[in-house]
Design a protein around this ligand. Structure first.
Ligand SMILES: CNc1ncnc2c1ncn2[C@@H]1O[C@H](COP(=O)(O)O)[C@@H](O)[C@H]1O
Ligand SMILES: [Zn+2]
Length: 362
């Protein structure tokens, strides 16, 4: 069986996907159409938001693209549409469990942060009824927006915990945003408060070199999962101290190969830190980050990782069993209760068993 088809058929778990970065071309075109009817703004019609295969766009340029996408999703109707579309697309890629993250937005005269999140959550409930997928939400703190904004996002997340319908869907907080803006150390009190009320924490860390900040965050002992962690391993620009802290706490890494290679923080797939951590059997999960902006899918990320040519003693070369364990490591790192995790593990394992042996003719 051809590798992409095999990876598409695998039941998968996606733990690192930003809602507005995950919009497909079809969704963006639909939004542009609505917007052109409303505003007749030709500059938006020319906006190219995806980075096709082989192309690059610096992180800085990516953040300009997020600005364009946000200007297209500034109504509650658009927010519901994108949530439904993104969940449907992940389900079509055989993602069985999705943790979607998004930054609650206040748009003057249009929506409050609560209305934005209500729209995302309502659309999520509806999409789960229509598709074979479980979804949980992380509220994102944008490190470029300051600590006040982060506190208000935490309060919003806390309020949801008592909500009968939406409460069970909100599982934690994400910290993301332009990594050269702000200092994560300033956000530690917010993260401490989040942990005390039972919210899980996924933090973008060392997406660019940032030793002091990464040391402080890892020393806090607050982080449940790390996004990217590109400059943590001593062989990829990190340090022994960072390595020790990560290993001691056994914190799973959310790895997003296309995102890192296309933004140039990692030069080539062969040099990706995935190989270094895999060699040490460190828990890791393959993720898309922004499947729309980086024109990828979780299945394509699996293929990319499986096809990497190893260098510097790194361990890539995935066999069928390795691909299965990638799906299962997603289950283990999920922010689910032990009972829900057990159910998901059983379901994913059953599907994997049914697929066994089919890669033989690859
Ligand atoms: C490429 N690497 C990245 N590094 C850091 N933050 C990123 C990111 N990719 C996306 N985001 C964060 O997610 C937001 C878009 O989705 P939402 O509006 O929240 O749904 C971006 O504005 C940024 O804050
Ligand atoms: Zn991310």
């Amino acid at each position: 069986m051809e590798l992409l088809r095999y990876c598409t058929n695998l039941p998968k778990v996606e733990l690192h996907a930003h809602l507005n970065g995950s919009l497909s071309d079809a969704t963006v075109l639909g939004l542009l159409k609505t917007r052109t009817q409303r505003d007749a703004d030709p500059s938006l019609a020319a906006a190219e938001v995806t980075i096709k295969k082989g192309h690059q766009r610096t992180l800085e340029e990516c953040f300009q693209v997020f600005g364009i996408l946000h200007s297209l999703t500034d109504t509650l109707e658009a927010v519901q549409t994108i949530t439904r579309d993104v969940i449907r697309e992940f389900a079509a890629d055989n993602v069985r469990y999705l943790e979607l993250r998004t930054t609650p937005k206040h748009v003057p005269d249009r929506m409050t942060k609560k209305q934005y999140m209500d729209a995302v959550l309502q659309a999520t409930v509806e999409a789960m009824v229509s598709h074979n997928i479980r979804v949980r939400l992380l509220l994102s703190i944008d490190r470029a927006r300051g600590v006040e904004d982060a506190w208000s996002t935490l309060h919003l997340a806390k309020d949801y915990l008592n909500h009968t319908v939406f409460g069970p869907l909100v599982c934690g907080l994400d910290v993301s945003g332009n990594p050269v803006c702000g200092d994560l150390q300033d956000y530690l009190p917010v993260l401490q408060a989040a942990r005390s009320c039972g919210l899980k924490l996924a933090v973008h860390l060392a997406e660019v070199p940032s030793e002091t900040e990464a040391l402080a965050v890892l020393n806090s002992g607050l982080v449940d999962r790390i996004g990217h962690g590109t400059f943590l391993h001593p062989a990829s620009g990190g340090s022994q101290a960072l390595h020790t802290l990560l290993k001691d706490q056994n914190i799973p890494l959310e790895l997003c190969m296309s995102s890192n290679v296309k933004t140039g923080t990692v030069k080539t797939p062969s040099e990706h830190h995935l190989g270094l951590w895999r060699k040490e059997n460190h828990p890791l999960v393959i993720c898309t980050d922004d499947k729309g902006v980086f024109s990828t899918s979780l299945s394509e990320e699996f293929v990319l990782c499986a096809q990497v040519r190893p260098i510097r003693g790194q361990t890539f070369s995935f066999c069928e069993e390795d691909l299965h364990s990638l799906s299962l490591s997603g289950v283990e790192a999920a922010f689910l209760s032990p009972t829900d995790k057990q159910t998901l593990r059983r379901e994913v394992q059953q599907e994997l068993d049914a697929l066994k042996g089919k890669l033989a003719s690859r």
